[in-house]
Design a protein around this ligand. Structure first.
Ligand code: C5P
Length: 244
């Protein structure tokens, strides 16, 4: 898969409203080409944030992590496709049938419209879960988080998704087991010269790409930098050096 260094960086628009999002877009234009819209911003301003980013000629990762019955998720996935997003995700814990129905609906629409199919990702185990919480919630004795991540990634792949969201420490294991074409998107990225904030297990952009990640989602190292555009440019340069 040949993705440019610039398109591998996804800047998280983790801001509360449209005004703040516009200000950040103005500062990051044209350095950044791919933006993540998550639950907070989408709940606050709805589809117009996606339309605004698309009008500016950029790509959108809609990070709403769908998790519901297959019919409902398939309809939501279809709506995301019609909105024109370039990437979206759903919880792999929603099950094979949920992922398969959603993936099939979008794949078939894209093929009949002759439009590019968005990248569809599964969310395996949230990185906010530690082993104790994981055992507590799922009650699966004897299966570690890593084993569950691999299991859910395989399920996502067999259901027709393109890849998964993975924490930095899962990249190598997933790349080894799921093959070269499987898309791996990784948050928890910290350039060597930036603060770790609340991310406990992180990699630098170059390390993450070299370990096998395709896309990096970066928030605060860009949004909280004194000069967000130059912070983004430095990350893109690091990605470029890593894919050479
Ligand atoms: O500011 P920071 O770079 O930590 O932001 C990372 C982004 O990736 C945030 O939007 C966060 O919600 C998201 N994310 C994460 N860890 C995950 C999944 C998503 O940090 N496991």
């Amino acid at each position: 898969m040949s993705i440019s260094a610039r398109d591998r960086l996804i800047a998280a628009l983790d801001v509360p409203d449209l005004k703040k999002a516009k200000e950040l877009l103005d500062r990051l234009d044209p350095s950044v080409n791919f933006y993540k819209v998550g639950n907070q911003l989408f709940t606050s301003c709805g589809p117009q944030i996606v339309e605004l980013i698309k009008e500016r000629g950029h790509k959108v990762f809609l990070d709403l992590k769908y998790h519901d019955i297959p019919n409902t998720v398939a309809k939501a996935a279809q709506a995301a496709y019609e909105l024109g997003v370039d990437m979206f995700n759903m919880h792999a814990m929603g099950g094979f049938s949920m992922m398969e129905t959603a993936a099939a609906a979008v794949t078939s629409s894209a093929s009949s419209d002759k439009r590019p199919k968005p990248v569809m990702l599964g969310v395996t185990v949230l990185t906010s879960m530690d082993e104790a919480t994981f055992q507590d919630v799922l009650g699966i004795p004897g299966r570690s988080i890593d084993e569950q991540v691999l299991h859910l990634a395989r399920l996502s792949q067999s259901a027709g998704l393109d890849g998964v969201v993975a924490s930095p420490h899962e990249i190598a294991m997933l790349r080894k087991n799921l093959g070269k074409e499987f898309v791996i998107l990784t948050p928890g990225i910290r350039p060597a010269d930036s603060s770790s904030d609340d991310q406990k297990r992180f990699l630098t952009p170059g390390q993450a790409i070299k370990t096998g990640a395709d896309y990096l989602v970066v928030g605060r190292p860009i949004t909280a930098a004194p000069d967000p555009a130059s912070a983004a440019q430095k990350i893109i340069k690091e990605i470029e050096d890593a894919i050479k």
